[in-house]
Write a protein of this length. Structure first.
Lengths: 374, 924
């Protein structure tokens, strides 16, 4: 009882400290509003103004038709170049795509010879290379087919493929960007806030004060864990409801309550991590460096940015130990795909386990180092 | 006020000088002439404007209002500052503030010698002279950070004297130094003044007793000058016997209000029984590794006694106190509080102790009332008693007016009372106070002591207090002198003085310290006049005048460069970050940013179950992009498996599929793609469509024996990366990003660090120019970044198997230019940030965001619009990316890429000039 009272009081004190720290408040506000908004809207659609150049050696109505089919926003208006300009242009990175229409193209098409166009793709620009190639194929073939149809009837293909995009029917980047950013920000802020709360006490010398009072290190740590987790939880809920659903009009598929429950488990793990890192760092700058070196791998390798299956096996296995991997998994499942507890219970269990281990490890380290901090 | 005796022209003249920090007024219209050729003392407690005044005189701080003249010229003129700065030496406040702690004594001195343009021989001669005369010669190899406080100050003095100045400015040089080292320090100054009689010395001090030996005094309070004159004049004018009482007498009326001499009623005799003992320590010892911080300390303190602990910084006072509070477990020995052995886990004993630490350490984010209530609650004062208890504390410690203010907005004296109130809120029987009065003015200090005496005599609270003020030590019932972890003597102040036949307590202590070998620095010998003559006092030829100030001196730049390299070499955290960090991040990004869409999981819901439908499914499973999962039974399962993320793709073949195909009527195959990641979904879409077309053609060929040729085909040539793999595409993109981020962060920290630690003052007061300073700072990081670059290329070629196809020389040249740009960006960021954490985050944002979003890493610059496009066009990373991609993937060399070198070449001077313009040669 007395422990609980102490944990509560110390936690309330953390909240007061946070309220009077304008920089942290601005950081929280910024990350859960503007940052989410901007990363949702700033991600360009896959193909935007892709630079393409065309070598037209046919100069026929068909080739003109093909050239005129490329226009913004997907493609830049293509400049017409000569064949010898392809190499230097692509070397200098001026074009990602160079389409070569051979001489007598129209004649060969109409003669049913199925002539070939050549498309050069700068494959160092992975993101445009793939989808751009597909778009160009589609555009060119449609134009050719339509052109041909005027001259002869087309053969209908017997089996149709009906493609349906689940969870995001028109593949809007903003949906993915917004929710992914929320998931990332929860991790980042919870580590920063708890770590900073401990380092601030250390830099102000107040930790020394706490230690001579009748409170135990466990109480001190738990107080920081609950208060900072609460702040992040409230901020992320608001952001989810007002920014993501309200402002960005992203439909959230699953239950927000379930997601918040998962977030709570995740926060238990990450706030413990924050404490652990704060015991390693001797001051704010060191903490900052440590953050960069931990947060980047956590964000990049836990499946939020690129899917886990594209990573090497050993990276995948190591990252199973990170709480973010499971949080990204459950977050995406609930928010994007509307999954329920029957689907995501595995991630919940993993988070609980990792959180407990992290908490015990940090508590042990905190206990051992706290006297040296004062 | 102008009390100047018959002197030649004054060395410093101030006219109506005012200085504000934001809203705080530090100096308020000061006019003052400081006589030349003598030793002038500025006296007054902390925070009255002494340091501000001195930094103005030294030229370290820009003049805001009024006129400051030093050595015959206006200090607001840059020309004059450049001319006289080699003649002024300035030692800022704080132990070793302008020294570099990781550098050795020798290296620090070499650094300053180089800054003032001495050649190697001259430096050697001066360093040997100075260190021999100060007794530092034996410690030339010791890092400055590991010197004792007194030695640090001596080193600071050596660094200040290395260019034989005409005006020596010392800001609180003896604060936190033990009495012996203090006495030695003043002897040293006296000796140097004998050698160089024309030298003027201005000293600020908070120790009034020290001021007695100065020639001329300026008493300051609240940004104003109270009085000037010789010590004798001041004493006579106020009719006091000591300077401290004289100072109090000089204070304006409202400040003195209620001030009266502190009187101490005698301590009632105790019965000597064990019950009467509040603290007992026996052979208390604390070791940190090899270092013995506290060495077998024993004492017994009676209930209600005021027990003082006296000693220099780092002698073990604070460590002893921490052991008594249970903050630190003792390595050896025992201690008892109220007869119970101290156990850091014993929560109950803590409730009987109040502790007030050295620095003000309450929550500055909580109001005065919140602080009191929080502490009352944490000490489990019954909830009902809390309001009454808080009121009582507020009354007793006179805090009514500031009850709802934040501590930061309160004057130091009130904060000190608040600290005491908080320590007393749970009515402890023992108070442990660690240097509670440092920085507090004499009136507030006396008030504070009256409270302590009342607590001790009236409430029988035992008080254990540490201090470095002699007159405070005299007020204790009993006291211990500590030195180097040992208690030298423990007795009543009067007995200690008597035992040594000394005049004052200070004299007695110095005696004890000498006996304990406390000089410890080899200087103890210098107290003997016989040996003094042996010392080669710095016989610097007076005529040796500095060469005229040159715009750029390679020597001064080299001085900073060399210093930066040494520091970098000795700081494993930063060096480690630079090398290990880039490798770790390269691994992470190489593997993490993958555009490969492979190993897609799919499953089939086959409602037809015919050979044809199985053939369709087989077509998919043959692809290297897809991995088949167990078939789906029904829609519900399809839904669940897609929601869990297990399936990226689900194929539904309707019943009657084979029949419809045979009949030639329309059949429709359903494909569900997980659209949660849009970019990936698009790729999947393309794959599925391709496979479908392929199957159709295959079927047509098999069944109808015809080739359904499309009207035209497109041959796609993926250039530079024929297999379209992520790694060959990502690695050349990651190198410019990392080569920007880490070097920029390191170089930004290097300047801000100096700002935070205070050694930036060397830029302000030495002849080094901003260009020399910046280049000296930058070059070591360029070298480090190049090493980074080589490591990353090595990693790319070996681990990631991404070969350098083009000209490596071109790549290396570009990397070199780019490293200069990157470190330049860091330095630019450091000019307007004040804290390391701000510099860190600012640099990170200013480097990562444009580099990732606008420099063409993911989308080419030509695809961007608006502001992003403009940033992309001018940001150097854009061009570095073209070069790395060109060399790595496109097998290009300099003749193909020279156009991209121009923007890098232009960026270097642009950034440097901007940084120089923004960097201030004076503090504002």
């Amino acid at each position: 009882m007395r422990h609980l009272a102490n944990i509560y009081r110390l936690g309330v004190k953390e909240l007061w400290s946070l309220i009077r720290d304008p920089i942290m408040l601005i950081l929280i506000g910024y990350t859960f509003t503007l940052m989410i908004y901007s990363s949702a809207t700033a991600v360009p659609e896959t193909l935007h103004n892709a630079p393409i150049a065309i070598v037209d050696e046919d100069a026929s109505p068909l080739s003109a038709r093909i050239i005129s089919a490329f226009y913004p926003p997907h493609f830049s208006t293509p400049p017409l170049i000569t064949q010898s300009q392809i190499d230097p242009g692509m070397d200098a990175g001026e074009y990602t795509f160079a389409l070569h229409i051979p001489p007598d193209f129209q004649r060969d098409v109409l003669a049913g010879k199925s002539p070939a166009l050549q498309l050069n793709v700068d494959a160092t620009r992975m993101s445009q290379a793939f989808s751009g190639n597909r778009y160009i194929q589609e555009i060119v073939l449609t134009e050719v087919n339509e052109f041909v149809q005027r001259y002869r009837s087309a053969t209908e293909l017997p089996v149709e493929l009906s493609l349906r995009m689940r969870f995001n029917p028109s593949l809007i980047q903003a949906w993915f960007g917004a929710m992914n950013e929320i998931i990332n920000n929860i991790t980042m802020l919870s580590i920063i806030l708890t770590g900073a709360a401990l380092i601030r006490e250390r830099e102000h010398g107040t930790i020394e004060h706490l230690l001579v009072m009748p409170v135990t290190p466990t109480e001190i740590m738990l107080a920081k864990v609950w208060s900072m987790a609460l702040v992040v939880l409230v901020a992320s809920t608001c952001s989810l409801v007002f920014v993501v659903e309200g402002l960005l009009k992203v439909p959230i598929q699953g239950s927000i309550g379930l997601f918040l429950l998962g977030t709570t488990l995740h926060l238990f793990a990450t706030t413990s991590m924050g404490i652990f890192m704060a015991t390693l760092a001797r001051n704010m700058p060191q903490f900052g460096m440590l953050m960069i070196l931990t947060l980047l791998p956590l964000q990049m390798l836990s499946g939020g940015l690129t899917p886990r299956e594209s990573m090497p096996e050993f990276v995948q296995n190591i990252m199973l130990l990170a709480p973010t991997t499971h949080f990204v998994e459950l977050g995406q499942a609930i928010l994007f795909r509307g999954a329920g507890l029957d689907v995501v219970w595995g991630s919940f269990l993993a988070l609980l386990l990792i959180g407990t281990v992290l908490f015990i490890v940090s508590l042990t380290r905190f206990r051992n180092t706290i006297s040296r901090m004062a | 006020m102008s009390d100047t005796r018959q002197q030649p022209a004054p060395v410093v003249q101030l006219q109506d000088v005012s200085l504000h920090y934001g809203k705080v007024r530090a100096l308020d219209g000061i006019s003052l002439d400081i006589p030349a050729g003598c030793m002038v003392g500025m006296i007054g407690p902390d925070g009255v404007g002494k340091s501000s005044l001195l930094s103005l005189v030294a030229g370290a701080r820009a003049v805001q209002a009024g006129k400051v003249e030093a050595l015959g010229g206006d200090m607001s003129s840059k020309q004059h500052r450049d001319d006289v700065c080699p003649r002024i030496a300035y030692m800022p406040q704080g132990l070793g503030k302008n020294l570099y702690p990781t550098l050795s004594v020798e290296e620090n001195l070499q650094f300053f010698g180089r800054l003032f343009g001495h050649d190697a021989q001259e430096r050697r001669r001066r360093i040997d002279d100075l260190t021999r005369s100060t007794g530092l010669h034996k410690f030339l190899d010791r890092p400055a950070g590991k010197l004792s406080g007194g030695m640090k100050q001596k080193l600071g003095l050596c660094c200040a004297l290395i260019h034989d100045p005409d005006l020596l400015i010392l800001d609180e040089p003896t604060t936190g130094v033990d009495p012996l080292a203090r006495a030695q320090f003043w002897d040293l100054i006296d000796r140097i003044r004998q050698e160089r009689s024309s030298m003027s010395v201005i000293v600020a001090t908070a120790y009034m007793d020290e001021a007695q030996r100065f020639d001329w005094l300026v008493a300051m309070d609240d940004g104003q000058v109270l009085a000037t004159g010789t010590p004798q004049e001041l004493l006579e004018r106020t009719g006091s016997t000591s300077l401290e009482t004289a100072f109090i007498a000089l204070l304006p009326e409202e400040k003195k209000q209620g001030h009266q001499e502190v009187t101490i009623p005698p301590l009632p005799e105790g019965d000597g029984s064990d019950a009467d003992i509040a603290i007992e320590a026996k052979d208390l010892t604390m070791r940190f590794g090899d270092f013995v911080a506290v060495d077998h300390v024993s004492f017994r303190i009676r209930r209600g006694e005021i027990f003082g602990f006296l000693g220099s910084n780092g002698c073990g006072k604070s460590t002893t106190m921490k052991m008594l509070t249970g903050l630190l477990p003792a390595s050896e020995g025992q201690a008892w509080l109220f007869g119970r052995e101290i156990d850091s886990k014993d929560i109950d004993t803590r409730r009987r102790v109040g502790y007030m630490s050295q620095a003000f350490s309450l929550y500055t984010e909580l109001t005065v009332r919140q602080n009191l209530v929080l502490h009352a609650r944490l000490f489990h004062v019954p909830a009902a008693d809390i309001p009454a208890r808080v009121d009582e504390m507020v009354q007793r410690f006179d805090l009514e007016e500031s009850l709802d203010s934040l501590p930061d907005s309160l004057p130091l004296g009130i904060r000190q009372r608040l600290s005491l109130a908080v320590a007393m809120v749970h009515k402890p029987e023992l108070l442990i106070l660690d240097e509670p009065t440092s920085g507090v003015d004499p009136v507030a200090r006396d008030n504070f002591w009256r409270l302590l005496i009342e607590l001790s005599r009236r409430d029988r609270v035992t008080i254990f207090i540490s201090t470095h003020f002699m007159n405070e030590a005299e007020r204790c019932d009993r006291m211990s002198l500590m030195h180097a972890g040992k208690v030298l003597v423990s007795d009543t102040p009067a007995n200690i003085v008597a035992r040594r036949n000394a005049d004052t307590l200070e004299q007695a202590f110095i005696d004890y310290l000498v006996e304990a070998g406390g000089g410890g620095t080899g200087v103890s010998t210098s107290t003997g006049p016989a040996q003094q003559t042996n010392h080669a006092t710095p016989d610097i030829p007076q005529s040796s005048h500095q060469p005229p100030h040159r715009f750029f001196s390679f020597n001064r730049m080299f001085s900073y460069l060399w210093r930066e390299m040494l520091e970098l070499q000795r700081d494993p955290v930063r060096g480690g970050l630079a090398l290990a960090g880039s490798i770790l991040l390269m691994f992470v990004m190489g593997f993490g940013i993958s555009m490969d869409v492979e190993d897609l999981t799919y499953a089939v819901l086959d409602r037809d179950q015919t050979t044809l439908s199985q053939n369709y499914a087989l077509n998919l499973s043959g692809s290297r992009y897809f991995i088949e999962q167990p078939p789906i039974q029904d829609y519900q399962e399809l839904d669940k498996r897609m929601r869990s993320g297990e399936l990226s793709l689900a194929i539904e073949i309707p019943s009657g599929f084979a029949r419809d195909v045979q009949r030639g009527s329309k059949a429709e195959i359903g494909a569900w793609v997980n659209g949660a990641m849009p970019q990936r979904a698009e790729t999947v879409q393309g794959y599925v469509q391709g496979m479908h077309q392929q199957w159709l053609q295959q079927q047509a060929q098999e069944r109808l024996g015809v080739t359904v040729a499309s009207a035209a085909t497109i041959e796609t040539r993926y250039r530079y990366n024929p297999d379209v793999l992520s790694l060959p595409a990502m690695v050349p993109a990651v190198i410019p990003l990392l080569l920007l981020m880490l070097p920029a962060m390191l170089s930004a920290l290097s300047v801000v660090r100096e700002k935070e630690l205070g050694s930036i003052i060397n830029l302000y007061v030495t002849p080094v120019t901003r260009t020399e300073f910046l280049l000296g700072k930058q070059l070591p990081y360029v070298a480090l970044a190049m090493l980074n670059f080589l490591l990353m290329v090595l990693l790319a070629v070996t681990v990631f198997d991404v070969p350098v196809k083009g000209s490596f020389a071109t790549l290396a040249l570009a990397a070199f230019l780019y490293c200069i740009v990157a470190t330049g960006i860091g330095l630019l960021a450091s000019t307007f940030t004040r804290s390391q954490i701000a510099a860190l985050f600012f640099t990170m944002i200013a480097s990562i965001v444009p580099a990732v979003q606008f420099a063409g890493m993911l989308n080419p610059v030509s695809s961007l619009e608006g502001a992003g496009r403009i940033v992309g066009e001018i940001y150097p990373t854009t061009y570095m990316l073209i070069i790395t991609r060109g060399v790595f993937s496109k097998a290009l060399d300099f003749s193909d890429l020279y156009a991209s070198f121009w923007p890098l070449l232009v960026a270097i001077p642009v950034i440097l000039v901007m940084t120089i313009l923004l960097l201030k040669k004076q503090d504002k």
